[in-house]
Design a protein. Structure first.
Length: 101
């Protein structure tokens, strides 16, 4: 079997596990493990893409790469610190001043 296809299919399997972990629950450890696996799957697919031969490997690699980019963006969204936008903090402070007697 072609080693590129093995890398690509391993990336697909890791992507499925990462998606499961990201959707498993609100626990921060699930999210972090899902993000790590998503990055590993993305790296494996990138490594397998140039090595894979034939139309099946190339098409599968392109599919996973194109799908993987938005998945990584969505996967890292819950890890970003929850906070207000720059302007919202100033507006909230002004609103607090106006409501105090």
């Amino acid at each position: 079997m072609d080693e590129g296809i093995v890398l690509v299919w391993t990336g697909v399997a890791l992507s499925a596990v990462a998606l499961y972990l990201l959707l498993a629950g609100p626990h921060r450890l699930h999210r972090m493990a899902g993000v790590v696996l998503a990055f590993q799957a993305f790296a494996l697919t990138l490594a397998g893409f140039p090595v894979s031969r034939g139309p099946e490997g190339v098409l599968l690699s392109l599919f996973v790469l194109l799908l993987g980019m938005p998945v990584l963006v969505v996967a890292t969204a819950p890890l970003r610190p929850a906070g207000r936008e720059e302007g919202e903090t100033e507006r909230a402070a002004e609103g607090a001043e106006q409501t105090q007697p």
